[in-house]
Design a protein around this ligand. Structure first.
Ligand code: MN
Length: 235
């Protein structure tokens, strides 16, 4: 849409992520899968392991790249990491069939779903929305995107996260309850997907808390690593 006249405030900055081999991926929306590895559902004490997947969003400007310094956020004393495979959508679609889903994936990346676990537990216990626990500034670190033509399909690939060099999470992408194409198909029943959408696909067991000074490094076989540093809370 076009309005007459000038912007009354500076334009909102776009969010872009680097692509391995060159270029930038423009980010449109950030979707996340709520539960997708049995061992993590069990460590969280969640009830039904066969529930259909559910989705939530983080703000686009919560995305920060590899090497980011992430200030310890306000409104939590239990700030936790979740390593996840991220799908980068390159083709519009709704009601996408499972067998067509790979056509819609432009690339892959390693992501960390940063979480205020205390606020997420409040949401569960008090039946509140998830935003306070999940959708805050810098809560969506995402590594360099690897184009799908260069990436394997990830069944059998290790997904790991370490804090200060000590491994905390280790899983296998093949352990996902809902596979990569099933996630694309399910989400596209709820929301029309567009180029630039990111989908964080859930985390294996081993989530835990971090604090200022901690170095978090996340890896998935075949993808560029993602490393971030937690810094003291901003004044
Ligand atoms: Mn997550």
């Amino acid at each position: 849409m076009t309005y007459m006249g000038h912007l009354v405030l500076p334009a909102v900055e776009p969010t872009e992520l680097p692509v391995s081999g060159g270029g930038s991926f423009p980010v449109r929306r950030v979707y996340c899968v709520g539960r997708n590895y049995l061992d993590h559902i069990r460590e969280m004490g969640e009830a039904d392991e066969r529930d259909p997947p559910f989705f939530f969003q983080k703000p686009r400007d919560a995305v920060v790249p590899d090497g980011a310094h992430v200030p310890y956020p306000p409104f939590t004393s239990d700030f936790q990491f979740e390593v996840e495979l991220v799908l980068a959508i390159g083709l519009q679609g709704s009601d996408i069939a499972v067998e067509d889903a790979f056509d819609h994936i432009w690339g892959y990346a390693v992501g960390i779903d940063l979480t205020r676990r205390d606020r997420q537990r409040d949401a569960r216990d008090m039946k509140l929305p998830w935003e306070a626990g999940k959708s805050f500034d810098a809560s969506a670190p995402c590594g360099t995107i690897s184009p799908a033509r260069d990436a394997r399909h990830f069944n059998g690939c290790a997904i790991t996260l370490s804090v200060n060099g000590v491994e905390k999470q280790r899983g296998d992408i093949g352990q996902m309850i809902w596979s990569v194409p099933e996630i694309v198909a399910e989400l596209s029943k709820q929301m029309e997907l567009f180029p630039g959408d990111l989908i964080y696909t859930g985390t294996p067991a081993g989530v835990g808390a971090v604090g200022p000074g901690d170095l978090i490094s996340a890896h998935i076989d075949g993808l560029p690593s993602l490393t971030i540093t937690i810094t003291p809370r901003e004044a």
